[in-house]
Design a protein around this ligand. Structure first.
Ligand code: B12
Ligand code: SF4
Length: 495
């Protein structure tokens, strides 16, 4: 223990949804877990509060803050801002004056605007470990924390941007202290990848430059990754501490270096580790991998490549600087299928300025992929504007009213999107089309659900007949079958 022993720090991961049930899985709050690691190592008494799993989070937050050096709040754009502000208000409402430090993607992208809010004492820009530790040490020594590098704060109406600091090698940080979470076992998920699956992150940043994404803005296209040895020892620890048998990599992009991916997989095989896992890949990477790389990945338990395809339209891909071609998406599907590894794509519709013809190209690629892999295994999302990038600016140019303060961001929903060009009828048409794809190219998941009861079996066969006919004829008008099946779906809870 160092001289900091006993000095308390509270870190909050705010709720990330308004809905009662948002996501079927419960994921460990890695942003505060990562930021806390060096603090624990230095002997601080850190309290990690995950408001997504703790119903009485607000009361606990206020209680824990009473004798703490500071409160750190993490947030990304979206509902988390609403709950982050609610948390800060509760703390100030209880008369507590401890500094409230904000970090994570949203404050990092808009540090000046964020720091103008009365509930923000400082914003930590980008990677949090080193800066947060410096702030904690300054506070612990009774010094002014505003001398720390890498922060932005407001003083007397003026915004002060302290010098940034270089992104540190993440290998120099201690292992993420999962054991310090309240009841770490609640973060084990039973899913396709394994029965005891936890989230883990092996790298930070992304070398690509997509114009709708936060990574280039926050990490400047740098990609810092754990060494294979570090990943293997972390996985071994997760296996022995929690009995983990599956990993969902939360890296923005995992397969940047083929050699690293191979070494991790080889190490897993040599050490006899029995893990299922899935991770994000960029489509063009897969087409370049050696055949035996796929073999290694598969033997080490790779269940699926998760690929952000975004669009099937070359003009859209070009304008968002995705630096891929539709052919890369198809080729990735071919190589993954050839090697018996699943591939799951994410596509987006409703980009600012996107034409009906471009959306049709996306559906076309989604359908070609489904034919290659033998099932519809994509996810369709609606474009959700997030700040600081060229696509957001384009959206504003097309009539999006962009929030101008943190309070306004708290009211702005990224999920349903209040975009002038994306009304309910557009969204319904897209959902209807996806419905036909889901049942026209039924996935293993759909088939498994059908096997659960005879009612579901009947439902799936009727929906599949409708989906297959629609996909064959490419006729989407008069969706009477969809209306009926949607209604019934609720009845059979076929969701
Ligand atoms: C998992 C995830 C989610 C999960 C979170 C569940 C959970 N319990 O973790 C869910 C599904 C809720 C989600 C939702 C969304 N997400 Co998301 N998500 C991620 C993802 C893949 C991993 C997050 C993570 O664990 N990172 C690992 C940790 C260690 O990294 P970190 O956050 O960077 O933390 C470091 C720093 O940020 C900083 N830091 C973080 N918190 C704090 C706090 C303090 C006090 C300090 C000092 C420092 C600090 O220090 C940390 C260590 O260096 C990231 C991409 C990524 N790889 O990070 C996207 C990401 C965060 N999501 C993003 C987006 C866009 C969304 C959505 C808006 C998408 C959508 N269209 O719906 C929604 C938001 C709506 C909502 N409901 O919240 C963007 C953020 C953009 C932004 N402007 O904020 C990201 C970066 C993806 C991207 N590449 O653009 N997401
Ligand atoms: S490849 Fe993915 S993580 Fe990287 S910049 Fe593009 S969208 Fe962001």
């Amino acid at each position: 223990m160092t001289m900091n022993a006993g000095k308390k720090i509270v870190l909050l991961y705010p709720r990330n949804h308004f809905e009662k049930v948002y996501h079927p899985w419960t994921w460990a709050p890695l942003p505060i877990l990562a930021a806390s690691a060096p603090l624990f190592a230095e002997g601080f008494d850190v309290r990690l509060i995950d408001a997504n799993v703790e119903p009485a989070w607000q009361q606990r937050l206020v209680d824990e803050c009473r004798d703490s050096l500071m409160l750190g709040i993490s947030c990304m754009t979206g509902p988390q801002i609403h709950f982050a502000l609610e948390a800060a208000r509760a703390v100030r409402g209880a008369g507590l004056k401890l500094p409230i430090i904000w970090g994570g993607y949203h404050p990092s992208i808009l540090p000046e605007q964020t720091s103008q809010n009365q509930y923000v004492d400082a914003v930590v820009r980008g990677q949090g470990e080193v800066t947060l530790l410096e702030i904690a040490n300054l506070l612990d020594q009774g010094e002014d924390f505003t001398g720390a590098d890498g922060i932005t704060f407001s003083r007397g109406g003026e915004t002060v941007n302290n010098p940034g600091r270089p992104v540190a090698d993440i290998n120099s940080f201690p292992r993420l202290p999962y054991e310090k979470l309240d009841n770490p076992r609640q973060y084990l998920n039973n899913m396709h990848v394994g029965s005891r699956v936890i989230n883990y992150v092996s790298s930070q940043g992304c070398p690509a430059r997509c114009q709708f994404c936060a990574e280039p803005l926050v990490y400047g296209r740098a990609w810092k990754a754990y060494t294979p040895e570090r990943v293997l020892s972390d996985l071994e620890w997760l296996e022995s501490f929690l009995g983990v048998n599956g990993i969902m990599y939360f890296d923005s992009t995992y397969f940047v270096k083929e050699k690293r991916a191979r070494e991790i997989s080889r190490g897993m095989i040599e050490r006899g580790m029995k893990f299922g896992w899935a991770a994000n890949a960029r489509a063009p990477q897969l087409g370049k991998f050696a055949d035996d790389t796929f073999d290694l990945l598969k033997r080490s338990g790779l269940w699926a490549f998760l690929v952000g395809a975004e669009s099937g339209s070359q003009s859209q891909l070009t304008s968002m600087q995705k630096d891929i071609e539709p052919e890369d998406i198809l080729e990735a599907a071919r190589v993954a299928s050839k090697h018996g590894i699943k591939i799951s794509y994410s596509f987006i519709v409703g980009f600012p300025g996107e034409t009906a013809a471009e959306i049709e190209e996306t559906w076309d690629v989604m359908e070609q992929v489904s034919k290659i892999v033998g099932e519809y295994n994509s996810q369709l999302h609606f474009y959700a504007p997030t700040p600081g990038n060229a696509l957001y600016d384009k959206a504003v140019g097309l009539g999006l009213k962009g929030p101008e303060s943190l309070e306004e961001w708290a009211q702005f929903t990224t999920v349903t999107g209040r975009l002038p060009w994306m009304d309910k009828s557009f969204q319904n048409r897209m959902k209807q089309r996806e419905f036909y794809m889901v049942y026209g190219y039924p996935s293993e998941w759909v088939r498994r659900r059908a096997a659960r009861s005879s009612l579901r079996r009947v439902y799936v066969s009727v929906a599949s007949a409708a989906g297959k006919t629609r996909c064959r004829l490419h006729y989407w008008g008069l969706p009477v079958d969809w209306w009926l099946l949607r209604g019934m779906r609720e009845g059979t809870s076929e969701d």
